[in-house]
Design a protein. Structure first.
Length: 86
């Protein structure tokens, strides 16, 4: 299933922010920063990626339900995607 790109603008913003954070983490490691600071930033990036993934799934689910009101949504595939983020 393809998701309308306009529906994913927020996800793209979140991913670009995470990309910047990841670059910051690399710089922190190269600069020899404290491991607590590094791990804190890594946790923030991980959470941002998880939220982006959940947003994609939620958007896809909404799109499936509106495009297929007869209930022919492949719930097994959606469940598998959702659980892949857990």
């Amino acid at each position: 299933m393809r998701i309308d790109q306009n529906e994913l603008i927020g996800v793209l913003k979140r991913l670009k922010r995470a990309q910047g954070q990841l670059g910051g983490i690399i710089k922190m490691i190269e600069d020899g920063r404290d491991c607590t600071e590094i791990v804190t930033q890594m946790a923030a990036v991980s959470k941002a990626l998880d939220r982006a993934g959940f947003a994609v799934i939620a958007t896809g689910l909404k799109q499936c339900l509106t495009e297929s009101p007869d209930g022919s949504v492949d719930t097994t595939s959606l469940e598998k995607l959702f659980l892949s983020l857990a």
